[in-house]
Design a binder for this molecule. Sequence first.
Ligand code: PLP
Length: 394
Amino acid sequence: MQQGRHFLQIPGPSPVPDRVLRAMDMPVIDHRSAQFAELGRAVLDGSQKIFQTSGPVVIFPSSGTGAWEAAIVNTLSPGDKVLMVETGHFATLWRQMAGRWGIEVDFLPGDWRRGADPAVIEERLARDTSHALKAVMVVHNETSTGATSRIGEIRAAMDRVGHPALLMVDTISSLGSVEYRHDEWKVDVSVSCSQKGFMLPPGLGFNAISDKARAAAKTNKMPRSYWDWEEMLKPNVNGFFPYTPATNLLYGLREAIAMLLEEGLDKVFARHQRLAAATRAAVNHWGLEVLCQEPKDFSPVLTAVLMPPGHDADQFRKVVLDNFNMSLGSGLSKVAGKVFRIGHLGECNELTLLAALTGVEMGLSVAGIPYRAGGVDAAMKYLEQRPQGNSPAH
Ligand code: PLP
């Protein structure tokens, strides 16, 4: 048993703030009561502010994967064609799920080192003159690689070619950490969950829904029951759920939304960018390589770091866990053993980040990995030289 606080430095689940833990430490209440309805409406209204939408948001007792499925089964029909982009492991999993639902996926290949390229999407859509593609489905922040996709630019590309496909975006590891505008970017379905930027335990899945997506749900042919938006939206009007909701997670959600809005979303986004830039300063100083190669796509949420050849990332993570009581994210599927991931999201500030980077730097030394000492100093210098709230150009 190691002493002191465990450093949960994976890119989600992220550490749950004490304020949120305290807010959840409540008796379970009757989910058909007036008291619950107040909580229900508060979290549904509050969630709209985080997605930056005036349209409905539904909250499922589910993981993010469930919310992915909800987006598919409410809008598409078996045999539909969609465009997806291979940004990494999670885009690949969403693609597999779409395939299991009988969707034909045009999967734009990627090298897992950048976000989706709006120009490539534009070119593909321009060729689809018959509008066979029913949706463009993109992961905003690819948690397996630390690369974000520029959703505003993808929307602009879709508009330029006048393509009517739905735009569906996985904001699972970006919402509440990276700038995101559901309405302004005319996203049709935004998919998210509780355990990343919302700083909650796992267990809630979200769909923010545009009018166009809701209209598609009226005519699409996919069977569904638990995930059916309309079943949710009817009782949601009065703050209720069609089945037993995750009451105590909703208490936590109300508190987490309050925290995000008190800090101010712009400040939250700037804080994440700043901590991410400080992390990259450390990684660059160590002489290690950041997996994401496109500076415009550097993730504010996590940094995936490539191990030098001949060194195993999982062995390194074990050294860090055993010696310094810190969990780093593993490499997933194609990059397993090749990268480790440093999460810097949610309840994270200068000092917790520097402690995490110190654990990484000591781990490099203990594990006998070649590196240049002084990465933490480089991160400190970065943070000292840039006053808070100053969002760095990435
Ligand atoms: N999409 C992204 C971008 C993710 O990071 C994750 C999980 O980390 C998922 C989807 C799947 O979410 P969950 O594990 O909550 O089902």
